[in-house]
Design a protein. Structure first.
Length: 289
């Protein structure tokens, strides 16, 4: 797991942060999954590389992860480390294929016309990761699949609201075109980092959609699987607090200083998640505002 652990540690992401609550075996398994996700996402996001080259690279990752799933001999070092995890937890190739399709959407799609189109993207790049993760966490009730899908949608919509400025700098607008039109916000406004009351109303609408998915995740998590989902629940609480911070800042992400949670705040959320786990609490720390 040397390369997977190194990539996970280097990323310093919120997802990697959540692994601290897992036992060693599952922490290593999640590091391997995260490393794969990070690698294919980096391929899609490397704008300095021609689109067709990135498409070929993603195709190579698809073929290699298929070899890992079929217990053949993957060529990429990350997939070699990942293969025992794939076999142990029976992770299906179909989900990896969906994830790579999501990355491929970033090569071809710079705008999303409707909520439904954006929801498909969020499903592929976020909910699918959740569906893979719950296989590693372990669950008893198949309703955990709905939980993973709902939480993935919530987390990705929160990401989108946080990253509007950075995405626009790369020519991407994930906020649905139908919402832009509804609230009178132009593409030019987004690309120019122009904040307005109209943009606030637009972002508030998208945030309401995210909040609904947080609430659905809370409702669809089976009580008997709550302890197994401790890392996912930590992710939910971290991104929920990020969404609330964006809301307090009126969703103005166009300034020089990015809106994010402080390290002490994240550490407090980790402790809170551990405490709920230790006391067998049945309440999620998100979706309640």
């Amino acid at each position: 797991m040397q390369h997977s652990r190194a990539l996970t540690k280097k990323s310093a992401s919120n997802l990697a942060l959540a692994f601290i609550l897992l036992p060693r075996e599952k922490r290593d398994a999640m590091s391997a999954l995260y490393a794969f996700c990070r690698a294919v996402d980096d391929v899609a996001d490397e704008d300095s590389v021609p689109t067709e080259t990135r498409r070929e690279q993603l195709s190579a990752w698809r073929e290699d992860i298929c070899r890992a799933c079929e217990n053949k001999n993957p060529q990429f070092i990350l997939n070699q480390e990942f293969q025992p995890v794939i076999q142990q937890f029976k992770l299906p190739f179909a989900l990896f294929d969906e994830l790579i399709k999501g990355c491929e959407m970033d090569l071809d799609t710079l705008r999303y016309e409707t909520d439904a189109q954006l929801e498909l993207y969020c499903h592929r790049v976020a909910s699918v990761v959740g569906l893979l993760s719950i296989e590693i966490f372990g669950y008893k009730n198949s309703a955990c699949h709905d939980y993973a899908v709902n939480l993935g949608q919530a987390l990705q919509l929160t990401n989108i609201l946080r990253d509007v400025k950075n995405d626009a700098a790369r020519g991407r607008i994930y906020l649905p075109q139908s919402e832009l039109k509804k609230f009178g916000v132009s593409e030019a406004d987004i690309l120019a980092s122009k904040y307005s009351d109209n943009y606030f109303q637009l972002a508030t609408s998208v945030a309401a959609r995210a909040k609904n998915f947080y609430a659905l995740a809370q409702k669809t998590l089976p009580p008997e699987d709550r302890r197994a989902m401790v890392a996912a629940e930590l992710m939910g609480s971290v991104y929920w607090q990020l969404l609330l911070k964006l809301e307090r800042g009126k969703f103005n992400v166009f300034g020089a200083t990015p809106l994010k949670l402080s390290k002490p705040h994240k550490l407090a959320l980790i402790f809170g998640s551990w405490l709920r786990f230790a006391t067998r609490s049945t309440k999620s720390n998100y979706g309640n505002a």
